[in-house]
Design a protein around this ligand. Structure first.
Ligand code: CUA
Length: 364
């Protein structure tokens, strides 16, 4: 942990919004001091200046002062509005997840560890390796109780909630090793549920990626479940005779539901449709899909979500130039299965991330 920030009490500023949070915080402290000192001083001054000289004296009557009252209304109004606007700006930056993250990571919390998986298949526990200067999006859930994914040096944290997905994003600005914490009391070993985020130069990150066994990518895991283990494909493979709704191209689109409502097909919607299929039935279909509640783990669900996203050509790599040819090959291959292997990255990652790669190659 580096501690060379401008105030030693603070962790490093290592993300794009760290300075905004600190500036807002400094502003709040300054405003507090600017009020506290004059108020305390006035208490003492008036206490001395107007102390009781004569028992039961009748003070002079006072009348209002428009000027004074206007001033003491407008100044606090302006101050509270600047706090509100500053807070709203920081909040909007932090919790509006960018549409074009360079990289996505899936996170599952459980008592008492963080399990993370990269799009290219690499798994980590209590550690997260990311490249510097890239937008990283985390899609998070938990197997058991409420946790909270917190990286103080990035000035961001988000609750990780059972039964739903929450998101967090950041763009790290400085290579280094930063603490990762669980910031929600979650039982006996809550205090030990932490680790480190390693921010690396792009080339170091690429080396790290290719030096780690990638295994199945989330998309491949999801496809395997979809086609083989859970048999989703028997109803959802597409074509006019299918009993299940079409899944290609739906991600991010508005879906019409039986009963007239609509819903945007996001991660949450896909998850819910697997676990509670009758709650959001797509218009034109019968509520015949069985629930898969209890049959799939959170990690498998994330794989299914990743696979269904990939059917819409969504991978988190639209703006990527360097993160990997590996992920680039992945997004290209969705539309073009004849994409030649990239010479510069013809390693396990390239093949391992290609959803159209032959099964024999994809699982190593
Ligand atoms: Cu998990 Cu505290």
């Amino acid at each position: 942990m580096q501690t060379n920030s401008w105030v030693p009490l603070f962790p490093d500023q290592a993300s794009t919004f760290a300075w905004q949070v600190d500036l807002l915080y400094a502003y709040l402290i300054i405003v507090s001091i600017a009020f506290t000192i004059p108020i305390v001083a006035a208490i003492f001054y008036f206490g001395l200046r107007y102390r009781e000289k004569e028992k039961y004296a009748t003070p002079d009557e006072m009348h209002g002062s428009i000027a004074l009252e206007t001033v003491w209304s407008i100044i606090p109004f302006v101050i509270s509005m600047t706090i509100f606007l500053g807070g709203a700006y920081v909040y909007y930056n932090q919790f509006r997840i960018p549409d074009d993250p360079a990289m996505e990571v899936y996170v599952v919390g459980k008592q008492w560890m963080w399990k993370l998986q990269h799009e290219t298949g690499q798994r980590e526990i209590n550690e997260l390796h990311v490249p510097v200067g890239r937008k990283v999006k985390l899609t998070m859930t938990t197997e058991d109780v409420l946790h909270d994914f917190s990286i103080p040096a990035f000035r961001t944290k988000t609750d990780v909630v059972p039964g739903r997905y929450t998101y967090l994003w950041f763009e790290a600005t400085k290579p280094g090793k930063y603490h990762l914490f669980c910031a929600e009391y979650c039982g006996l070993n809550h205090s030990g549920m932490g680790g480190f985020v390693y921010v690396m130069e792009q080339s170091d990150f690429d080396n790290w990626l290719s030096g780690n066994v990638s295994g199945q990518t989330p998309v491949e895991q999801g496809r395997d479940l979809f086609e083989n283990k859970l048999g989703c494909a028997s109803c959802h493979a597409g074509g006019p005779q299918q009993r299940g709704a079409k899944l290609e191209g739906i991600f991010g689109k508005e879906i019409k539901l039986v009963g007239g409502g609509t819903v945007v097909a996001n991660e949450e919607y896909i998850r819910n449709s697997i676990l509670n299929p009758s709650s959001q039935v797509v218009e034109g279909f019968q509520p015949i899909m069985p629930t898969f509640k209890g049959q799939v783990t959170e990690e498998q669900l994330l794989g299914l979500v990743a696979y269904i996203k990939s059917l819409s050509g969504v991978t988190g790599t639209t703006s990527s130039s360097g993160i990997a040819g590996a992920t680039q090959a992945q997004s290209n291959s969705a539309s073009n299965s004849t994409q030649p292997p990239r010479a510069d990255r013809g390693n396990a990652n390239t093949k391992g991330s290609n959803p159209n790669a032959p099964a024999a190659n994809s699982n190593r």
